[in-house]
Structures are given as structure tokens and as C-alpha cells.
Design a protein around this ligand. Structure first.
Ligand code: RNT
Ligand code: ZN
Length: 418
């Protein structure tokens, strides 16, 4: 039964030419990829002891997942609280070894991800993938694909190729194209004496990975840029220009993570330019607080603006993914809050008076253009959001957190500290 308050909201939005029914139908089908790494502080299962690569998870809230079973259990619980079409984004470091087996990242195979495929099938979700170029002894002096040491480069090239095969396996098994995102932390703390050669080596290494070939129907490859990492402040090999240039030249998908730019830069503004030159654009939605801190996503102006541009550009042209990791709060609540927050931003964007706004802009009526952009903020969004959750079969606001507390008490707090 449609609530009275939703009926009111529908009429309210109609005054701005906005069809709430169309927005709800659309959002239910938009895939958003949930990163597995919030559940265990980006630890993975292949033996890494500490997180490096210039990223950090801070906090020691109890209950982090320590095993594949625990991570899957937490995901299983969390997915039920998230509306919409979910995908799961795995990192190569979440490979699952056979008993007694020691996995080498340059030899990972589809079989190491069979339990994940089973999990995905059971939950009706598709899988995306990421090679893991950090937290590993073969990362030499903070370099992987750009290392001057051919042995190091070759190791990571083999890793990249393995990942393409695993993603093809995901796509085949799950009937949905898999996005493989390459992010390499390579960089220098100190001002380098040679900025060119590491980038040249990185480009050559990527060429060699792509030369191995992959089925473009099954797999899309993206490349994620970054401005700097902690301990790597002076130079990043995979800068914005490097990654955009390489992606466009090689028909990869450029990936923008909104934590990866100087704080006054706007990823929302970058999106339309990327769409002019690339069929697809990939996003990591995160929340940087003063640096790329990867706080849990909230429905703030940055994320709302990104969602607006994704809607305006056509959601079908985007690979949408989340990327945050906070160990200071309940990790399941973090997963769910961030996911729901991004869905709220997408719904807000779908409920924006795009047609009116464009007409005012083209008529140089900047007054009306400005006024509606403010007016729409007090539209009865909550009523449409509640209706969305109802149609998606997930609890409304106020209903899901008690379930998390119960799960915390019964499951998470019983875990020893990892
Ligand atoms: C790091 C990048 C990258 C990682 C994940 C774990 O700054 O954002 O996407 O967060 O691969
Ligand atoms: Zn990212």
C-alpha cells in the first residue's frame, strides 16, 4: 500500500516536472558495487600483516571479520539492509587458500575465489575485482609496476594478468560484466630526481598486462588515479594525467575516487568532461576528511553533486562503487550507512528538476535557475526514500540499527581481536 505521505510527495515533485515513480523504478535497477574491505580493515586473507600503500585504517572498534566465513556472514547480514541492485567488489588479497596452501599473488586462480562466486550466486549479486598492489613483500620501496627492478615489475605484471582471468571467470559464472580496477600506490616520499622513467615503466607494464588480452564483453578495466598517499607525498606515478591519458589511449575506463584530488577540486565537475571522451566512467565514492581518509560516505554536498552529474550523464555510463574503511565504528553499520547514504544521494539526484534547470540556464535566467536549486532542497524527500526502502524490501530508517546492535551483541562482540 502506498502511504498517504508518499502520495503527497509525488504531487509535490510533479510541480517541478519530476516523476517520483520513474525515479523509484530507475534506482531499483542501478548497480552499486559494495567494497568487501570495510568488513576487515582492508586486511584480506593472504597473510598481509599491516596495511601500506599510503592508505590507512584507523580505530580499533571490536568485531572485525578475521576469516572468509566471518566476512561473508557480515556481508550477508549487511546486504539485507541495503536497498537496490548490489554488486560486491573484491580485492585479490581476499583469495581463499586450500588447507595448507600458501597463495602467491602472481599465481592466483579462479579456484581461489570459488567460495565468493558461490556466495554471489546465493545472494544474486555480481562481482567486481581489484588486483592488490599493496601490503605485500614484493612491493619494493613503495613501487610495483613502475619499479626499476624487472623482477618486481614482472611479478606484478603476472598478478595483473591473473586478475583479468579471475574477473572473466566471475563474469562467466554470474552473467554480468566484471570491472577490474587497477590502482597502484607507487610513489615517492621525497621529490624524485626523475619523474618520467617511473611513469614510462608503469605504462609499459600496463601494456604488457593488457597485451595478455581479455574478453571485453566479460571484463572492463579501469585505472584509478591519485594525488598522493601517506608517506608518498611528493610524487605519485599514477597521477590524474597519467591515468586519464593512459585510459583514453587504451580504451580503459578512467576511475575517479573523490578522495584522490586536492580538496577544492570537484569530481562532479570532472565527470562531464570525462564523458565527452570516454564511453564509460568509473567512480569510487568516499569521504575524505582533510586528506584521503576514507571516512564512511555520508549524504553530503560532494556526494550529492557527484550523483547529480552521474544522473545527468546517464547512469548506464557509470560503474558506481564505494570505497571507505573505518575501524573506529561498528563496521557493519559503516557498510550499511555508507551504502544507504549513496543511494539517498542517487535518489536526490533522480528527484532534481533537471529539465527546468537546463531551460533556465539556456535562457540565461540565472535567478530562477538558482532559486529552484535551493527550493528543491525542502521537497518531501523522506517520504520517497521510505517508499523506496519499502519497495526494495529493506527496513526503513530507525528500523535497521537495532538489528545491527543485536548482531553486534550476538556475533561481532564474540570475536577475539584479530
Ligand atoms: C586507495 C584507493 C583504492 C583503495 C582500495 C582498497 O587510495 O582509493 O581504491 O582504497 O583499492
Ligand atoms: Zn579508491
Amino acid at each position: 500500500m502506498v502511504s498517504e505521505i508518499y502520495g503527497y510527495a509525488r504531487e509535490y515533485y510533479a510541480r517541478y516536472g519530476i516523476d517520483t515513480e520513474a525515479a523509484l523504478d530507475k534506482l531499483l535497477t542501478v548497480p552499486v558495487s559494495l567494497h568487501c574491505w570495510q568488513g576487515d580493515d582492508v586486511r584480506g586473507f593472504d597473510g598481509s600483516v599491516s596495511l601500506d600503500g599510503g592508505i590507512q585504517t584507523t580505530g580499533n572498534y571490536p568485531g572485525a571479520a578475521r576469516t572468509p566465513e566471518e566476512l561473508m556472514s557480515d556481508l550477508d547480514f549487511s546486504l539485507k539492509l541495503m536497498p537496490g541492485t548490489k554488486r560486491i567488489n573484491l580485492h585479490a588479497s581476499y583469495a581463499i587458500a586450500a588447507t595448507g596452501e600458501k597463495i602467491s599473488r602472481d599465481r592466483i586462480e579462479p579456484r581461489h575465489f570459488e567460495p565468493w562466486v558461490r556466495f554471489a550466486k546465493e545472494h544474486g549479486v555480481a562481482l567486481d575485482f581489484n588486483p592488490t598492489f599493496f601490503s605485500h613483500p614484493m612491493v619494493a620501496d613503495n613501487l610495483t609496476l613502475s619499479s626499476p627492478d624487472p623482477e618486481v615489475r614482472n611479478y606484478w605484471i603476472r598478478h595483473g594478468i591473473c586478475c583479468l582471468r579471475i574477473a572473466e571467470y566471475f563474469a562467466r559464472e554470474l552473467g554480468s560484466q566484471s570491472l577490474v580496477n587497477f590502482w597502484m600506490p607507487d610513489g615517492y616520499k621525497e621529490t624524485p630526481a626523475d619523474r618520467y622513467s617511473p611513469r614510462k615503466r608503469m605504462a609499459d607494464s600496463l601494456d604488457r598486462i593488457l597485451d595478455a588480452g581479455y574478453d571485453r564483453d566479460l571484463v572492463a578495466v579501469s585505472l584509478e588515479s591519485k594525488v598522493f598517499g601517506i608517506g608518498l607525498e611528493s610524487y605519485t606515478v599514477g597521477s590524474a594525467e597519467f591515468c586519464t591519458g593512459y585510459s583514453l589511449k587504451n580504451r580503459l575506463v578512467p576511475l575517479m575516487d573523490n578522495g584522490h584530488y586536492h580538496p577544492t577540486e570537484s569530481v562532479a565537475d570532472k565527470i562531464p568532461s570525462m564523458l565527452l571522451f570516454s564511453d564509460k566512467v568509473a567512480l569510487h565514492v568516499t569521504r575524505g576528511v582533510r586528506w584521503d581518509s576514507d571516512h564512511v560516505v555520508r549524504t553530503d554536498d560532494t556526494v550529492n553533486d557527484i550523483a547529480l552529474e552521474a544522473v545527468r550523464g546517464g547512469l548506464d555510463r557509470f560503474f558506481l562503487a564505494l570505497d571507505y574503511f573505518d575501524a573506529a565504528i561498528n563496521r557493519v553499520a559503516a557498510w550499511v550507512t555508507g551504502y544507504r547514504a549513496f543511494e539517498k544521494s542517487l535518489l536526490t539526484a533522480l528527484l532534481w528538476p533537471h529539465k527546468m534547470g537546463r531551460e533556465y540556464q539556456d535562457a540565461a535566467d540565472f535567478t530562477d535557475m538558482f532559486v529552484i536549486s535551493e527550493e528543491i532542497k525542502t521537497a518531501p524527500f523522506g517520504a520517497v526514500w521510505d517508499e523506496y526502502c519499502r519497495r526494495a524490501g529493506v527496513p526503513a530508517e530507525g528500523e535497521w540499527m537495532p538489528l545491527v546492535r543485536k548482531y553486534e551483541k550476538e556475533v561481532l562482540f564474540k570475536r577475539e581481536k584479530a
